[in-house]
Design a protein around this ligand. Structure first.
Ligand code: C5P
Length: 379
């Protein structure tokens, strides 16, 4: 007779939505990072800059007198701006093309909306409505300070002006005249000045934000680092992400594991002690199982479980600290590695007939794994 699987720790639903707010200067990689983060966590992405851009398209296309701040405020305050299911910005029911809202001509005029207190007030109200009650990543200049001051995780994403200029030039539209690197650095410094010195909603680093300088880092490494901070604050956030690779259960006994496997007596139980090959910073291989499940539990010390998806090759790495008295059951076919930290004893069990296959992690996967370890195991 099968006992039903126990509820996962944390219960079926998270009571409080997880809000991650990300601010930073223009060109720091916020949009790319935030979009990927939202996709990996399977939560909503709110690009507040796109709303400022849409409003700017509006003041230009409508032909209003854009020198007149009162007129601009009146026009923008009457607009409804949100997003469609593909993440495209929609103003009063009309989808706006990405090329248009991101064109340098629009960027040059945004200050008319961004520096206008009444426009900001309206856009912030719309943004708060979009965020309410949802698991979401919000990106902007005032996401950590004004839109989501209570966010569980606040990130200030930065990069040097030179690095940002190089990134912006790399994605410059083919049909627009391309500035030199020096000109671009100046433009970026000017925009930083405008964003930081304006009287309403200036770009500032909130006291409780994590500061991340991304110069020279892989995109996936930056995303991994933010995922690690998010998991530190809300451990069960990862449940959705890794659910096809992992079952987590709390029990003193590996009995839970037997239930998960649906068979009796098929488990061999072993202990693993720290192994120099599997210490932080040394693991380079990742394993997948064929023909059965494996389960591990932490008896003492600390260990990190890295998962890299199911399929022919390991994907991006997601790592989570193993908790005591918790069994981590690795699903057949899931790529995984257990990183042991000094003083660790893990109990390990597997169903009979299991066959293991190993792969070498790519430099990018190693960078991702190390990003998690940096956050979980600060030096
Ligand atoms: O993020 P993005 O570069 O698309 O933002 C465009 C401009 O919109 C920024 O330079 C900034 O002036 C303004 N903005 C803002 N507050 C936000 C988002 C963007 O003032 N929350």
């Amino acid at each position: 007779m099968h006992t039903p699987l126990p509820l996962r720790p944390g219960g079926p639903a998270l009571a409080k939505p997880m809000v991650i707010a990300i601010d930073g200067p223009a060109g720091a990689g916020k949009s790319t990072v935030t979009r990927l983060l939202a996709r990996r966590l399977n939560i909503l992405y709110l690009d507040t800059g796109a709303m400022y851009r849409a409003a700017t398209v509006g003041i230009i296309d409508s032909g209003i007198d854009r020198e007149d701040a009162i007129e601009v405020a009146r026009y923008v305050s009457a607009r409804h701006i949100d997003f469609d299911e593909h993440g495209m910005v929609v103003m009063d029911g009309q989808v706006l093309a990405k090329e248009r809202i991101r064109s340098p001509a629009i960027t040059a005029e945004i200050w008319r909306v961004a520096n206008n207190a009444r426009c900001r007030e309206h856009l912030v109200r719309l943004q708060k409505d979009l965020v309410a009650g949802r698991d979401v990543v919000v990106e902007g200049r005032d996401a950590t300070t004004v839109i989501c001051p209570d966010a569980q995780l606040k990130i200030f994403l930065d990069a040097s002006a030179e690095e940002r200029a190089r990134r912006r030039l790399g994605e410059w539209p083919a049909n627009e005249a391309k500035p030199t690197l020096d000109e671009m650095v100046h433009t970026i410094r000017d925009r930083d000045g405008l964003d930081m010195k304006r009287e309403v909603g200036p770009l500032t680093i909130s006291d409780d934000a994590v500061y991340l300088l991304t110069d020279g880092q892989h995109l996936s490494e930056v995303v991994a680092r933010i995922m690690a901070y998010a998991v530190q604050r809300q451990p069960f956030l990862l449940e959705k992400v890794v659910s096809n690779q992992l079952v987590v259960g709390r029990s003193r006994q590996p009995g839970y594991v037997r239930v998960a496997d649906g068979t009796d007596g098929a488990w061999q139980l072993g202990l693993t002690n720290p192994d120099p090959e599997r210490m932080p910073g040394t693991t380079r291989t990742i394993t997948r199982n064929h023909g059965g499940r494996q389960a591990g539990s932490l008896l003492q010390g600390a260990a990190i479980l890295c998962l890299a998806g199911v399929g022919d090759h390991p994907h991006h790495v997601v790592a989570l600290p193993m908790l005591p008295q918790t069994w981590y059951v690795i699903e057949p076919g899931a790529w995984h590695a257990v990183i042991q930290v000094q003083g660790t004893i893990c109990a390990w069990a597997e169903s009979s007939g299991i066959r293991e296959e190993q792969a070498t992690m790519t430099p990018e996967q190693i960078a991702e794994m190390n990003a998690y370890l940096d956050v979980y195991l600060p030096k």
